[in-house]
Write a protein that binds this ligand. Structure first.
Ligand SMILES: NC(=O)c1ccc[n+]([C@@H]2O[C@H](COP(=O)([O-])OP(=O)(O)OC[C@H]3O[C@@H](n4cnc5c(N)ncnc54)[C@H](O)[C@@H]3O)[C@@H](O)[C@H]2O)c1
Length: 357
């Protein structure tokens, strides 16, 4: 089985890669309390049927689960189960199940061990490493959280067979962002389309997931706590998070990120940081084919700069009066800027609407 190890302040952890479910037996030996996405448990009943029902908590997944109320609901269930100090939590599901389990693991008894089995493409190719656990607060995305990595991560592409196309597209969104970040280091954009095509073949997907995580690994190991280099991983996120919130989370995270990457390039073009030719190649060859407007229920109100501004104001990366955005500059190297004005936001929203129409 393929694997690699990630260095983190809480201890190094290993990520295992497989195309089947043989690893599940070794997870069962960990004698933990399971927190499982109910939809996944129904689709893969056979994986859970020999686990004591007292050791499983099923969760109904939505962004509302990733809140203090969702965490309180889990604390109450753990209390009832008389969970011990060293009993691990075992999380099975997508990024939402990961975020809520990680947050509860970080805070219950001031921290218990946890293991993670990501079941969506987004979670497998991106969120499963990096130590971040996040909760939404009021209508603000990922405002609360901790850095608390799992002990081990087990990835199986077999889970992806049952994913809704919207969630496959969403996973590709984060993959595109990571592959673009890699490409900007070498200035070679052909590799991005080659890699994405490889991932569309059944036997290439595991390799694409592995390669995408390797890109993220380099950034999080150098800057786990997000003080410098890691901020560049937020390419597409500053605008993407705001758009997700404004859409009341009807736009899936990864697709909001690709739209956010497009928005960042619109602003970079306006600031003359990138050429018109580069802008057009990027959107026609990489971004637009992966936005899938047919599954997005975009409404005119989502392009409203005032509502987006209210959300972008709360961005954790914002340190000045303007809005924060990760922008490509000359040679497509990325940089975090803090001076996006309301006029630029309004301009960007108008241009975005034209491109996506
Ligand atoms: N902690 C981090 O570093 C980090 C990074 C990126 C994103 N995130 C968070 O991750 C969340 C998005 O994650 P996601 O896209 O995985 O969403 P998700 O967990 O909501 O899963 C998407 C949908 O897929 C279903 N599902 C899960 N596995 C399935 C399977 N194998 N087959 C069929 N259906 C399945 C879920 O029930 C849900 O309906 C966002 O809240 C985002 O903020 C966290």
């Amino acid at each position: 089985m393929k694997y690699f190890t990630v260095s983190a302040h809480k201890g190094d952890y290993t990520v295992f890669f497989d195309t089947g479910f043989t690893f599940f037996n070794s997870i069962k030996q960990k004698k933990g309390i399971w927190i499982v996405d109910r939809a996944v448990s129904r689709l893969y009943e056979e994986l859970f049927d020999d686990i004591d029902p007292n050791d499983i908590i099923f969760v109904d997944v939505s962004e509302e689960l990733k809140t203090l109320e969702g965490a309180t609901m889990l604390y109450r269930q753990l209390e009832k189960k008389k969970m011990k100090r060293h009993t691990p939590l075992i999380s099975v599901g997508g990024g939402i199940t990961q975020d809520i389990t990680g947050f509860v693991a970080a805070t219950w008894y001031r921290g218990v061990p946890w293991f993670y089995v990501p079941t969506t493409l987004l979670a497998q190719a991106d969120s499963c490493i990096g130590s971040k656990t996040s909760l939404n607060f009021d209508s603000f995305k990922n405002l609360l959280g901790t850095f608390y990595s799992p002990q081990e991560v087990f990835i199986s592409t077999k889970f992806l067979d049952s994913l809704d196309p919207k969630d496959v597209y969403s996973g590709f969104g984060e993959i595109i962002k990571l592959q673009l970040i890699k490409a900007q280091e070498h200035g070679d954009f052909q590799t991005v389309t080659d890699k994405l095509n490889m991932g569309k073949q059944a036997d290439g997907l595991l390799q694409l997931i592995y390669d995408s995580l390797l890109v993220k690994k380099e950034y999080i190991e150098e800057d786990e706590f997000d003080f410098g280099k890691r901020k560049l991983l937020n390419y597409g996120h500053c605008f993407g998070h705001a758009l997700e919130s404004v859409s009341a989370f009807t736009i899936p995270h990864g697709l909001a990120v690709v739209i956010g990457v497009l928005f960042a390039n619109i602003i970079a073009l306006k600031r003359k940081k990138i050429s018109q030719e580069f802008f057009e190649t990027l959107i026609t060859e990489v971004l637009l084919p992966h936005i899938h407007m047919d599954v997005l229920e975009m409404q005119e109100s989502f392009y409203g700069a005032d509502a987006l501004f209210q959300k972008m104001k709360k961005d954790k990366k914002r340190s000045g009066d303007g809005m924060a955005l990760v922008l490509p500059k000359k040679d497509f190297k990325l940089e975090l800027v803090q001076d996006i004005s309301m006029e630029e936001l309004q301009y960007g929203c108008r241009e975005l609407e034209k491109v996506l129409l």
